[in-house]
Design a protein around this ligand. Structure first.
Ligand SMILES: [Zn+2]
Length: 179
């Protein structure tokens, strides 16, 4: 969903119910299960410097693959949104090679509009942890697939290992190795 600046003569409030057509691409990247679709509120407003501020909160429960068994699990997210879209860059700044990291990572108004779809996709992507396992309280078992998380994985990143006192590495705990 791209909101043109011409629609922002006054602050705009978007109430998202989850059935908006422009969310279909997001659901393509992050599929919905039986859980609720994306919902929330975004306030979009032009600031004094010509930037566009997007603030609000969204909730979304995409289905993701368990990092252990690859079964689908619902992963509820609640995201606070507070993002600034900087004023449009001219063609000369785009050629500039001395952009700071902040400038490269920033969002910009492009072709007179702000791209909320891209923003939400990035936010969801950032919020999902690298290792998607819902462990029980002592971290030994996936509560979805009941896989034993203390076993080694055949592939991929091992889940957090519970500390075993008999481990030969236990003695190394707290010892800082010099590089
Ligand atoms: Zn699992």
């Amino acid at each position: 969903m791209r909101i043109p600046l011409t629609d922002l003569n006054r602050p705009k409030t978007l109430s998202l119910k989850g059935d908006e057509a422009w969310l279909e691409r997001l659901y393509g990247d992050f599929p919905l299960g039986k859980e609720r679709a994306l919902s929330g509120t975004l306030n979009v407003e032009i600031g004094a410097g010509g930037e566009v501020n997007v603030k609000g909160r969204i909730e979304f429960t995409p289905m993701v693959a368990c990092g252990r068994c690859e079964k689908d699990i619902a992963w509820p997210l609640a995201l606070d949104v507070d993002q600034r879209f900087l004023p449009e860059r001219g063609p000369e700044t785009k050629r500039e090679t001395t952009l700071t990291e902040a400038e490269i990572e920033a969002y910009y108004i492009e072709m007179g509009a702000v791209d909320l779809e891209q923003l939400l996709t990035d936010l969801v992507q950032t919020e999902l942890p690298m290792q998607l396992v819902k462990a029980n309280d002592d971290g030994t078992e996936c509560i979805v697939c009941h896989d034993d998380l203390t076993k080694d994985l055949v592939y991929g990143v091992p889940a957090k290992q519970p500390e075993k006192p008999e481990s030969p590495f236990a003695a190394l705990k707290g010892v800082k190795l010099k590089n």
